[in-house]
Design a protein around this ligand. Structure first.
Ligand code: T4K
Length: 429
């Protein structure tokens, strides 16, 4: 049996590819997305929340006419997050980005100090990490990442952290913890506050400790595309009760009492409807995590031996990094071939077939508008290296094993016919 037929692939020649006029592989299924939202299941076991209970929670909010401002569903969601993460405080917010903003403001209090405090972070991340700081008027210092973990390189960060007025903002990219013990220790030693962008890391752990317990505080995203979601939303977690009080004030216009404003604040509150979704999706997380794991495993099998394609996000060997993982993202690195075939060629081939893979996070943030003019001479070779190779493939509960096999078949076919595909793409341009 040929590799192509094993993967259920219908392409026999390059002209069969949709990019060159052939039939679309996923025409009948509809396109496959990265980040197709997980939604409460219609029928789940008796003790689970599920779709009906989600509607019941919404109904409860409507009947009570308590729709926002620290309502009972938000409090319940925060309690459940604390129990799940083993953390003392969870402050639910309207988005991961707002969570990052109040997290940064909570560790650098007066406004004038914030404007003079530089936030050290990777450029190999979603742009929101940098925008959160820049929106507050805080200058950003980008540092390079390690190619193997894709997280901030310790020594590069240390050099920056030795300068005065610095905050370190690490990112747990693809859910892989960013050496949190090391950075916590370094931050304490140098007197530099440490905060983590935990947007993609819900359910992940490091050395037996759940992400959410590191640094001064950590900011999660519960955007629709994340493993649990509140439509839009997030949470900042901390074991420091004083900091949690400050985060709550910052989330609510700076109010410390009914009419007492303790300082600057924003509107970062989560509504009751969003919290209802959070409760329902949190309840189904264990099932979705297993489904993510199974799809990551299918990709691992399906892509093994494909020349020039390697796993970037943690591979699906449980415990490989000694810890829990949510397997939310399947990221591969596509090595440019001597024949010209590269990640962008593969991305185009897949897109035409209805496989909407994403080039996250291309280009590095230091090369994006608003940042490249401020950092014109900045060289981050590992970030650029990753940005040229990274491709995130559709996965999650809405993607089946059989669909993953067909995607793998397409990838394998494209790599095997790389030279002809590349020449035809160049010829089309
Ligand atoms: N830090 C990091 C490291 C992050 O990754 C993020 C967010 C943040 C901070 C900020 O957190 P938030 O403020 O967003 O809470 C998406 C998400 O919008 C963003 O939350 C996420 N990271 C980022 C990695 O991905 P886009 O612009 O690429 O998403 P979009 O709209 O293209 O959607 C992705 C795919 O999902 C599409 O193929 C369509 C599909 N989709 C999307 C939505 C929203 C659906 O099928 N249904 C939907 O409702 O940013």
């Amino acid at each position: 049996m040929s590799v192509d037929s094993r993967c259920g692939m219908s392409k026999k020649t390059v002209s069969d590819l949709a990019l060159f006029g052939g039939p679309v592989e996923f025409a009948a299924d509809g396109p496959l997305h990265v980040g197709r939202p997980n939604v409460p299941t219609v029928a789940v076991g008796r003790d689970r929340i599920g779709r009906a209970e989600f509607y019941a929670l919404l109904d409860q909010a409507l009947e009570s006419r308590m729709l926002s401002n620290d309502g009972p569903l938000v409090r319940l969601f925060e309690e459940k997050l604390c129990a799940f993460l083993g953390v003392r405080n969870a402050v639910a917010v309207s988005s991961g980005t707002v969570g990052l903003q109040i997290a940064l403001r909570s560790v650098v209090k007066p406004l004038e100090m914030a404007r003079e405090t530089v936030v050290i972070m990777p450029a190999w991340t979603f742009v929101a990490t940098a925008h959160a700081a820049t929106w507050l008027g805080m200058p950003v210092a980008f540092v390079d990442v390690k190619v193997d973990t894709q997280n901030v390189a310790y020594l590069d960060a240390m050099k920056e952290m030795q300068k005065s007025r610095r905050v370190f903002l690490g990112v747990h990219l693809w859910g892989r913890p960013c050496d949190p013990h090391d950075f916590d220790d370094l931050g304490k030693r140098l007197g530099v506050p440490v905060v983590f962008d935990a947007a993609p890391a819900f359910g992940c752990s490091h050395d037996g400790k759940m992400v959410g317990n590191f640094g001064a505080c950590e900011a999660f995203s519960f955007h629709a595309t994340k493993v649990i979601n509140t439509f839009e939303g997030g949470a900042v977690t901390t074991n420091d009760d004083g900091l949690a009080r400050e985060l709550r004030r910052l989330r609510n216009f700076g109010f410390a009492g009914e009419d007492e404003v303790a300082g600057l604040g924003t509107n970062g509150k989560m509504s009751e409807a969003h919290a209802a979704m959070g409760l329902a999706t949190l309840d189904e997380y264990p099932t979705w995590r297993l489904q993510n794991w199974a799809r990551a495993y299918d990709y691992w099998n399906g892509l093994s031996g494909v020349e020039g394609v390697s796993f970037g996000s943690p591979p699906p060997g449980h415990g490989q990094y000694g810890d829990e993982h949510n397997w939310q993202y399947v990221q591969v690195l596509v090595e440019p071939q001597g024949n010209g075939f590269c990640r962008d060629d593969l991305w185009r081939v897949l897109k035409a077939e209805g496989v909407l893979a994403r080039r996250y996070y291309h280009p590095g943030v230091h090369r994006m508008e608003s940042y490249r003019t401020w950092h014109p001479d900045l060289s981050l070779p590992n970030t650029d290296w990753l940005a040229a190779r990274s491709l995130v493939l559709p996965t999650g509960p809405s993607v089946s094993k059989e669909q993953v096999e067909r995607v793998c078949g397409l990838v394998r076919f494209a790599v095997e016919h790389g030279e002809e595909i590349h020449d035809r793409i160049v010829g089309q341009a």
